[in-house]
Design a protein around this ligand. Sequence first.
Ligand code: ZN
Length: 404
Amino acid sequence: MAQSTRYSVKLVPDFERQLFYGDETIEFQADAGEVQWQKQAGLHVASASVADGEVTVGEQAVRVRLRSGGRHRLKLKYTAAAGRGVQWFADNAGLATAFYCESWMVCGNSPGQRATLQLEIAVLFRPLTHGASGFRAVGPGRRDKEWRDRDADHFVFEQSAPVQTYLFSFAVARLAVAVDGIFSIYAQRTDASKAAFAKTADAYAFLRAAASVDPMNSDYTQAFLPGPSMGQEAAGMALMSQEDLANLVANDDVQLMAHELAHQWWGVTVGIRSWSDFWLNEGFAEFMADAYIEKHQGRAAYDKQIAELQDRMNKLREAGKDRPLHWEKWKDAQEALGQIPYVKGALFLDRLRTELGEEIFWRGIGLYTSANARRLVDSRDFERAMEKTSGRDLRALFDEEVYR
Ligand SMILES: [Zn+2]
């Protein structure tokens, strides 16, 4: 197993052909033997080399057989055609990637592996625009250097604390940037930013208090992109749509904003060890958004959210889609997703809240989150924190709701 991995990726999107040209270096620590990374079939490796070993490129993996242990460096050049996890917007309005980094880079995509990333995106000028394309990239981690040379605008993003690679998503579109303290907003127009910043800061204060710990990334960027409504969390960032920004500001619809922001704690700072416990990301984000709605709009608004979740859960049950929250029968990440982790997960947290009472429940959430910051967890870690806080044996409740 490769450890202390650092990816350095330079990507050039080709908007006409809808593909990426990639140049990647993977620095990693490993013993002699075999190490492997994932890629989608549409990612074609043109060259791959490592100093002390042999590289084999398969359809969905790149394998390296190392002759010695220690620090290694794998260098790759590739092209990546459209695949799962890459969306090219209509009318040449840009692109977004979500979740599946193996569609645009060679990466270890198991949640058990965390890595740091330097991502450079070079947006070439187009023949007809004679210069600036107006496109701007938004990516995970800290916004680093930006420069323009003869051919392209370059944007660099640095994620210096190790995170799971599904948190490496980025986007390119015609975007302006507004900054307010630790918060940034990328959107086509930033005139609504002031109101959006105020709402984000309010939700942040609520979630920070619930978590009892700062998120791993000190800065937080919200990118509102062209195209249909979407929500994808990344390290220090979330990708949403222009519509979502309009909804947030004009209709005070804080749900998606709060859900994505909650992932900075439950998802990024506290990571799941395997997709089997995906509900610890999505059930938490969903529940925290609803708890924030209660703080923001009152108890009746929270009750309405929970009633809606119960409706959705009943429909899932009727459709035969119920399954345990901790669920090991998935073969790839796609199968571990679906609605159950969101809906059933949030309902379970609501039940725990009722069962344990306000004070103990929120103290337990704080203990679980702060004690597991920058660690990988499973459902037992959550159970232990709630048992420790409440002084109760919760095995029967967790067995009923989580494990069967
Ligand atoms: Zn989510």
